[in-house]
Design a protein around this ligand. Structure first.
Ligand SMILES: Cc1cc2nc3c(=O)[nH]c(=O)nc-3n(C[C@H](O)[C@H](O)[C@H](O)COP(=O)(O)OP(=O)(O)OC[C@H]3O[C@@H](n4cnc5c(N)ncnc54)[C@H](O)[C@@H]3O)c2cc1C
Length: 395
């Protein structure tokens, strides 16, 4: 009888355990979780609604510095359809909103409960509060060990970075870690914009060159820019900042108008309301707090006012702060991790046959929209199946 140990009972760990047991029902599969419950992080995902996959899953939605084809290989074997079938089989009813999939109940605990119920029904062992596990001991006692310890965001849910430390101690190549899917911290104090929600376009400028663009609803906060559009380019902002580059974000506060149309719209509104000053005209188009913030330093009597005015609204520069490089407090995932060239297509460590790595521990991070949970479930599925298919001593 095969014996498999799964370290970490989060998204990837539960998927790995279920897929291993399904592949070989006779196998003895045990999850070692150092927290007091399985899947704690799942409960806080998607604002408590758990956005667990996306209709548009594809390799382009993931970032990795070391991908050698593994990401597309994993996604081709476990795409959106496979994930939907998997959760259907667990008894979860899902629904789709703008390409994102959620439990029908809009409650993340539905997903966790279906996973945990299945794990118990299948007779998978659960060791909660397992304390420090020794990889050496687990390896000598098991045919395969699957490392699913997650990243280092929201450490109160159990993902405290100990998985990275373990991989590092094994002498494996690691890609430096940065917070990703996190608000972008700026040098500018944006407390005057608190409460504003507006449509915007962001361009990430690295040493003067545009590296990434995003569009959507912006939510400024006192120390920077939040909202999905900011989070999607935050990993790249942190990586470039840490490389000592000059990193700026140019914000287009009127992305719904190309520049010429924007000028024409202003001119038309001025003509319709000749008694109004420019800030009152603009207040009919943009949030009033935003108008005050943007026009603060401009003098409408200056000859180049209109140019400066267009610039400040269509290309408003913010300087990315170095603070965001190590601030994981608001991040949803980690960029970096185990170099993907260290593992086979079955996610087995080449130098340590029988040891597999899944989820956030790997150098692969997705954009917002269910891509990171999908990666966790997909890698768990591949490694779980492979773990019971190998023969001891193989590799
Ligand atoms: C606030 C927030 C919202 C998010 N929302 C979404 C979303 O809506 N959609 C999406 O796709 N992604 C979302 N994510 C990201 C997603 O949660 C992660 O990418 C995913 O959970 C990673 O899965 P994992 O299995 O690798 O790690 P985790 O789910 O973090 O699981 C790791 C598990 O391992 C355990 N563990 C750690 N170290 C040890 C050890 N040494 N011994 C034993 N056990 C250990 C931990 O306690 C934990 O249970 C969100 C993240 C956050 C923080």
């Amino acid at each position: 009888m095969k014996k498999v140990a799964v370290i970490g009972g989060g998204a990837s760990g539960m998927s790995a355990a279920i897929h291993a047991k399904r592949e070989d029902p006779d196998a003895e599969v045990t999850i070692y979780e150092h927290g007091d419950a399985l899947g704690r992080k799942l409960l806080i995902t998607g604002n408590g609604k758990c956005n667990l996959t996306n209709a548009g899953i594809s390799q382009e939605c993931y970032h990795s510095r070391t991908d050698n084809g593994i990401i597309s290989h994993i996604l081709s074997r476990f795409g959106t359809g496979k994930l939907l079938d998997f959760f259907d089989g667990l008894g979860a009813d899902l629904k789709e909103r703008k390409g994102c999939y959620y439990p029908r109940t809009d409650t993340a605990s539905t997903i966790r409960n279906c996973l945990v119920l299945t794990i118990k029904e299948m007779g998978i062992g659960i060791r909660l509060e397992c304390g420090r596990t020794s990889l050496e001991e687990l390896c000598s006692d098991h045919d395969a060990v699957i490392l699913c310890m997650g990243g280092k965001t929201s450490p109160k849910t159990g993902s405290d970075g100990s998985g990275y430390a373990l991989l590092q101690s094994l002498g494996l190549s690691m890609v430096p870690l940065f917070p990703a899917l996190t608000p972008i911290e700026t040098e500018e104090d944006l407390s005057a914009l608190k409460g504003v929600r507006c449509e915007a376009g962001l361009s990430l400028l690295v040493d003067g060159e545009i590296r990434a663009v995003s569009k959507g609803e912006l939510q400024p906060f006192d120390r920077g820019l939040s909202g999905i559009l900011a989070m999607d380019i935050s990993g790249e902002a942190a990586r470039q900042k840490s490389a000592g580059k000059n990193v700026q974000v140019l914000c287009d506060f009127a992305p719904f108008y190309p520049e010429e149309e924007f000028r024409a719209a202003i001119a038309k509104k001025q003509k319709q309301n000749p008694a109004r000053g420019i800030s009152d005209v603009l207040s009919g188009m943009l949030h009033r707090k935003l108008v005050h913030y943007l026009l603060h330093d401009l003098d409408s009597r200056e000859p180049d006012f209109m140019e400066k005015f267009t610039d400040t609204i269509k290309r408003h520069p913010f300087t990315v702060s170095g603070r965001m490089i190590q601030d994981y407090s608001r991040a949803q995932t980690v960029s970096g991790g185990l170099d993907l060239r260290e593992v086979t297509k079955e996610l087995e460590i080449k130098k340590l046959p029988g040891v597999y790595v899944c989820g956030e521990l790997l150098d692969c991070d997705g954009i917002c929209g269910g891509y990171n949970l999908h990666w966790a479930f997909a890698t768990g599925a591949i490694a779980g199946k492979a773990s019971v298919s190998r023969r001891k001593g193989e590799g």
